[in-house]
Design a binder for this molecule. Structure first.
Ligand SMILES: [Zn+2]
Length: 304
């Protein structure tokens, strides 16, 4: 058996190294985000890159990404993460609070939290436990300190979905429970969302497919010979492109061949840009998620 003091020294050294490498991960995540490397590699978001490519759990990825964003605003907090004064949980919670509070203030038409206010709040979190952090944030702004939306995988193919609902949404859901009681007799939220999801998918699925690409201002109904010269996309063309591309983003990393495959916020993209004379035809259109549509446009020097 090794001497207790030696083991203690060794573990303290390892913990210090762990924090240093944690900080290094945050800086590298920032580089991956700023330079768009995750997009180039075929991931629609930094979160997907962190979970799928780096193997982090959803929670671990969220903590690191949010902490990285906190350091963008308050770089001086890096030394606090490194010396253990600020845990990633508390840093991430504080950053989520800043974002919610800024969004709330924007919707109210008031000024965002100042850099100094953010600095003071972050400094008041030094040495705080998660419970203390939540309590302090709730005292500053109860609405912005509410728990973030999250999804946690459970066993048996189930997931726990958590989000906070405003009173208006609760009232709508209660009303729907009553109206749809014959299809959801036990009145559960799971049952209700299943009925609603089926109804929505039937409606959206039978419509013209996903959202329009960035510069498409309206749904197309162009039926003359001019249609391939118009930016508007006829419904039938949309259906065929959607089916051909499997209803997901077609972006592929040229080096690895990894396809994005995201089904989130899909858009129709002109492979040869419309402004360069690209036609609005099945052959020239492809499905792209919003992130990859914007990424490709940036790479081509287009301003959308
Ligand atoms: Zn994509």
């Amino acid at each position: 058996m090794r001497n207790r003091e030696i083991v203690l020294l060794e573990i303290l050294k390892a913990v210090a190294e762990e924090r240093q490498s944690q900080l290094r991960v945050l800086y590298l995540l920032r580089e991956v985000e700023c330079d768009g490397h995750y997009l180039e590699m075929g991931y629609p978001s930094l979160f997907e890159f962190a979970t799928q490519s780096l193997g982090y759990s959803a929670g671990a990825a969220h903590r690191r990404i949010q902490s990285m964003r906190l350091l963008k605003t308050l770089p001086e907090m890096a030394s606090k993460i490194e010396d253990g004064g600020l845990s990633l949980c508390v840093a991430a919670k504080t950053q989520s609070f800043f974002r919610s509070e800024d969004q709330k203030r924007k919707s109210e038409g008031s000024a965002k939290l100042s850099a100094q206010a953010k600095q003071e709040i972050a400094h008041s979190m030094l040495g705080a436990s998660m419970r203390e952090c939540e309590k302090k944030l709730a005292e500053i702004s109860p609405a912005s300190a509410l728990p973030a939306e999250k999804t946690r995988e459970l066993s048996l193919g189930k997931a726990l979905i958590q989000f906070t609902a405003a009173q208006e949404l609760l009232e709508k859901l209660e009303k729907l429970k009553g109206l749809l009681a014959h299809q959801n007799p036990d009145g559960s939220y799971e049952g209700l969302f299943e009925v609603l999801a089926d109804m929505a998918l039937k409606k959206v699925g039978s419509a013209a497919g996903p959202a329009l690409s960035n510069n498409d201002a309206q749904v197309a109904s162009v039926s003359t010979v001019e249609k391939s010269k118009s930016r508007s996309i006829p419904v039938e063309v949309k259906r065929r492109v959607f089916a051909r591309d499997g209803g997901c983003c077609t972006y592929k990393d040229e080096k690895t061949g990894k396809r994005c495959g995201s089904r989130f916020a899909l858009q129709y993209d002109h492979a040869k840009p419309f402004s360069w004379g690209g036609e609005t035809s099945e052959a020239n259109l492809r499905l792209r998620c919003r992130s990859h549509n914007a990424y490709t446009a940036r790479k081509m020097g287009l301003n959308n």
